[in-house]
Design a protein around this ligand. Structure first.
Ligand code: 6GU
Length: 223
């Protein structure tokens, strides 16, 4: 998989991709992530990429020309499955969307800023608009990192057996059951006896029942 991320602040996205599991995925060649500084496609010497909205109003608008030039150049180099605009007015990211995107080859992420992008960028290029939740961030960069992480961890070979995505919360629409490790008793709090029984069929039943109980309690909307 290849992900191209267009942003005015690519430095904001360095550490997620140079640390831990995502770094290993990159080192193994399972994913390539390329950052593009939008200002490199600016059309004047001030490297301007935003301008005032027609019709007036507060805030600036990301200009059509730099974005169109940048995206068109990328599209001339390879076929993209999706051109995704990260914006709070997109559809809310969930596990199903991450699963769907994880089987694509080439993705473009465009990080929104200011009041948003000129509508003509959407009309020309954007195939999906994604938000990571109902709150507002200063820009799309952190959202792009969240989206990339949710996708990359699903690529074959990224997680090891222990970290397997198959036992995640949300994989089967249930939250995870409680988990414990040593010691058996801590400050009077005991590990449930069933987990020490060695009866793995019963343990699986208990885990499922606990997952249902916890989902009912915390996220009844998932059931
Ligand atoms: Cl994708 N962008 C911004 N600026 N804020 C957000 C968001 C995206 N998703 C949730 N809040």
């Amino acid at each position: 998989m290849r992900i191209d991320i267009i942003s005015v602040l690519p430095e904001l996205m360095e550490s997620p991709f140079t640390t831990s599991i995502l770094k290993r995925a990159m080192d193994k060649g399972l994913v390539e992530v390329h950052f593009h500084q939008l200002r490199d496609w600016a059309i004047n010497k001030h490297r301007q990429i935003d301008d005032e909205p027609y019709g007036g109003g507060a805030g600036m608008v990301m200009m059509v020309e730099p974005l169109d030039k940048c995206i068109s150049e990328l599209k001339s180099q390879r076929e993209y499955d999706e051109v995704i605009y990260l914006t709070p007015d997109g559809i809310t990211l969930n596990q199903k969307i991450a699963n769907t995107l994880s089987i694509k080859n080439n993705l473009i992420f465009l990080c929104g800023h200011y009041k948003g992008i000129d509508q003509r960028v959407r009309d020309l290029h954007i195939t999906k608009e994604i938000s990571i939740g109902d709150y507002v961030l200063t820009g799309g960069e952190l959202a792009a990192c969240v989206l990339a992480d949710s996708i990359i961890r699903l690529l074959p070979g990224v997680l090891n057996d222990e970290q397997s995505a198959l036992t995640d919360s949300f994989q089967d629409d249930l939250l995870s059951p409680p988990i414990y490790t040593r010691p058996e008793v801590y400050k009077g709090l005991e590990v449930p006896k069933i987990l020490l029984s060695g009866n793995f069929a019963k343990i699986e039943d208990w885990r499922h029942d606990e997952a249902v109980r916890i989902t009912k309690e915390k996220r009844p909307d998932l059931l």
